[in-house]
Design a protein around this ligand. Structure first.
Ligand code: SF4
Length: 540
C-alpha cells in the first residue's frame, strides 16, 4: 500500500508561510507526490484506533490525535509529520515498530532485498520471550496521555517475568548536548549558535579537552519566531538521527557536527583530542624530557606549562631556565592567558610560539640552552637553541625529542563529536505506564524500573522528574521524529518486573505477549547493538 502526502504538509513548509498547525491539518495531497511511504502488511489490527472526528470533518477523513496538531487525514494519505496515515479509515503508524534481536536467536530474513529482517506475519520460528526487545522506535504514542502506552509487553529473562512499557514520547522539553573534542576556540561561552540563520542554542562550558554546546530546548522551540522553532526542531531531529549539521557560532567558528564523527572546524577536520592541559602534559612527559632539554613550554589556551618552574621539573632537580612568559602566572610553571583564544597552537591564536615569551632573565639563562615549544596535541612543535645574544634560534629537532613529541600525539584520542539527547519524560507520558504517575517516578529512582531509549541505556538525572540522557549513537537509525507543534518525538521504554509493575498501578489488562506483538503488529527486527547492555538483563 502506498500513501502520499500533500506538498502543503511538507515539514519544511510548515513555517511562517504555512498556516498554524490546526490549519495545516486536513490539507489534501495531489497526485504523484514525492513523499510516499509504503506500508508493509497493514492487514493486522492497528494499535491505535481512529480518533473521534470533529463534527465538521469530511466523512472520508479521520482525525489523528497523536499530537496536538490534530491532522484530519483522508484515506490513503499521511498527516503533517509523515508518521501517521489513514489506512482504510484506520489511523495507522506508518513505520513498522522496531524490535531488537539478540544474536543468539534465529529470525528468518524476508529476502526482500533491503537487508532488513522483517517478519510482518506470524512465522514458524518467531523467537521466544527474552530474545526480542520491543523498542519505542515507531511504536506510537500515548498522546493526549489518557491512553495506555501503545505496547505493554510481557517477556522473561532468566526466569524473571518482566514487563516493558513502550512508547514514542513527544518532547517539547528536550535538547541535545554536544561534546566537541577540540582545543580550538569555537566561540565565547554563552555565544549564540545558529543554524540556517536561526538561533538554535548556545556555547556552554569547556570541559577537559572538549567544548560543549547546548542545542535546541523549549526556549528555541517555542519562545522565538515560528521559523526559529521549526529550524531548531529540524536541527534537533537531524542531530538525533546522526546526520551532519552545519552550525555557526556568533563571534566564533563555523562547524560541521555529526554524532560519533570528527568535528569539522572552519573547514578543517579535527583529528586529535589533546592529551591534557599544558600543565598536565608537562607532568606526564617531564621524565622523558629532563635529560634532553633545558626547557619545555607546552602551549595551551587555558594552562600553559613551563617545565623547569613546574613542580614536575623541580622534583627532577631541573635548573631554572630564566624564561619569562606573557600572561598571568597561576602557580609555579602554570600560566593563564598567554595569548588570545583561537585556532592556532593549543587553542590559542598564535602561530609563532616565541610570541608568548616576554623575555629571558639574563642572570639565569645561558647561550646554548635547548628549548622545546609544543602544543597539547603534539601537532605543533618547534625546537630552539639560544644563541650568544640569548635569542632562541630554530634548530633541527633531535630524534629523541621528536620521539616524545610523537608520543604526545600517540596519547591523544581521536577527536569526536558526541551527541546526547536530554529529555524530560517526567510529564504526562507517565500516564501511559500507570494511572498513578508518581509511582513510576519513584520506581525509577529506586532502580526498580529501567529506562532505555530505543534500547540504549539512559542516565536518569537526580532530583525531580524523569530527565533522561542518552547517547544517540547507541540508538537505532532514525530513532527521532518530529511534529510541527514543534516538538521532538523520541522512543522510550520502561522495563520492570511484572510484580513491580502491578505494585505501581500499571495497566495490567493491557499486557500483551511478545508472540502477540510479532504475530499481529507490523514490525521490523534489527540486530541488537551488543555494545549496549541487553535491556532485559540484570533483573533478579
Ligand atoms: S502531525 Fe500530529 S496530528 Fe498530524 S499526523 Fe503527525 S502526530 Fe498526527
Amino acid at each position: 500500500m502506498t500513501m502520499e502526502r500533500a506538498p502543503g504538509l511538507n515539514q519544511s513548509e510548515l513555517g511562517d508561510a504555512a498556516p498554524g498547525p490546526q490549519d495545516a491539518a486536513g490539507q489534501e495531497n495531489a497526485a504523484g507526490q514525492e513523499n510516499t511511504v509504503t506500508l508493509q502488511a497493514v492487514a493486522i489490527e492497528p494499535t491505535v484506533v481512529a480518533a473521534r472526528p470533529p463534527e465538521k470533518m469530511a466523512q472520508n477523513k479521520i482525525q489523528c490525535d497523536a499530537c496536538p496538531v490534530l491532522c484530519q487525514i483522508s484515506d490513503g494519505r499521511l498527516g503533517a509529520c509523515d508518521r501517521w496515515g489513514n489506512v482504510g479509515g484506520r489511523l495507522t503508524r506508518t513505520d513498522p515498530v522496531v524490535l531488537m534481536r539478540r544474536p543468539d536467536i534465529d529470525v528468518v530474513p524476508t529476502g526482500d532485498g533491503d537487508g532488513g529482517l522483517i517478519s510482518p506475519a506470524p512465522q514458524p520460528n518467531v523467537p521466544g520471550p527474552g530474545g526480542l526487545f520491543v523498542s519505542g522506535v515507531a511504536s506510537g504514542t500515548t498522546y493526549p496521555d489518557y491512553k495506555p502506552a501503545p505496547f505493554i509487553v510481557a517477556s522473561a529473562h532468566r526466569g524473571v517475568d518482566l514487563v516493558t512499557v513502550v512508547t514514542e514520547g513527544i518532547f517539547s522539553y528536550c535538547s541535545f548536548k554536544v561534546k566537541i573534542d577540540t582545543d580550538r576556540y569555537l566561540g565565547p561561552e554563552q555565544a549564540t549558535v545558529r543554524h540556517k540563520g536561526e538561533a538554535v542554542g548556545h556555547v556552554t562550558t569547556i570541559e577537559y579537552g572538549s567544548q560543549f554546546l547546548s542545542l535546541g530546548g523549549v526556549h528555541h522551540l517555542t519562545g522565538g519566531s515560528k521559523k526559529e522553532g521549526r529550524v531548531a526542531c529540524e536541527l534537533m531531529m537531524n542531530l538525533g538521527n546522526r546526520q551532519a549539521v552545519e552550525l555557526e557560532i556568533e563571534g566564533g567558528a563555523v562547524l560541521t557536527v555529526q554524532a560519533d564523527r570528527a568535528p569539522v572546524i572552519n573547514g578543517v577536520e579535527e583529528r586529535r583530542m589533546r592529551v591534557g592541559c599544558g600543565s598536565a602534559t608537562i607532568g606526564i612527559f617531564a621524565q622523558q624530557w629532563y635529560d634532553q632539554l633545558d626547557e619545555v613550554v607546552v602551549v595551551d589556551d587555558h594552562i600553559t606549562g613551563v617545565l623547569t618552574e613546574h613542580q614536575a621539573g623541580r622534583c627532577l632537580d631541573m635548573a631554572p631556565s630564566g624564561i619569562r612568559l606573557r600572561g598571568r602566572k597561576s602557580t609555579p610553571g602554570r600560566y593563564f592567558q598567554v595569548a588570545e583564544p583561537g585556532t592556532g597552537w593549543g587553542g590559542t591564536n598564535i602561530t609563532d610560539p616565541l610570541s608568548i615569551i616576554e623575555n629571558w632573565d639574563p642572570k639565569t639563562t645561558r647561550p646554548g640552552l635547548r628549548l622545546l615549544m609544543v602544543s597539547t596535541t603534539g601537532e605543533d612543535a618547534e625546537y630552539f637553541v639560544l644563541d650568544d645574544a640569548l635569542v632562541p634560534c630554530k634548530a633541527p629537532m633531535p630524534g629523541t625529542v621528536r620521539k616524545v613529541v610523537e608520543r604526545i600525539g600517540e596519547n591523544c584520542e581521536p577527536a569526536l563529536a558526541t551527541v546526547l539527547f536530554v529529555g524530560g519524560a517526567g510529564g504526562s507520558l507517565r500516564a501511559g505506564v500507570t494511572d498513578n504517575p508518581i509511582l513510576l517516578t519513584r520506581s525509577i529512582k529506586s532502580l526498580l524500573t529501567r529506562v532505555t531509549c530505543g534500547g540504549a541505556p539512559a542516565y536518569i538525572w537526580p532530583g525531580g522528574g524523569i530527565t533522561v540522557m542518552t547517547d544517540v549513537s547507541r540508538m537505532p537509525d532514525l530513532s527521532f521524529g518530529s511534529v510541527p507543534t514543534p516538538a521532538i518525538v523520541a522512543p522510550i521504554e520502561f522495563t520492570l518486573r511484572r510484580e513491580d509493575y502491578r505494585a505501581l498501578g500499571g495497566h495490567m489488562d493491557r499486557i500483551r505477549t511478545l508472540e502477540d506483538v510479532t504475530g499481529r503488529e507490523t514490525h521490523r527486527i534489527i540486530e541488537w547493538d551488543s555494545s549496549n547492555p541487553w535491556p532485559l538483563a540484570g533483573f533478579a
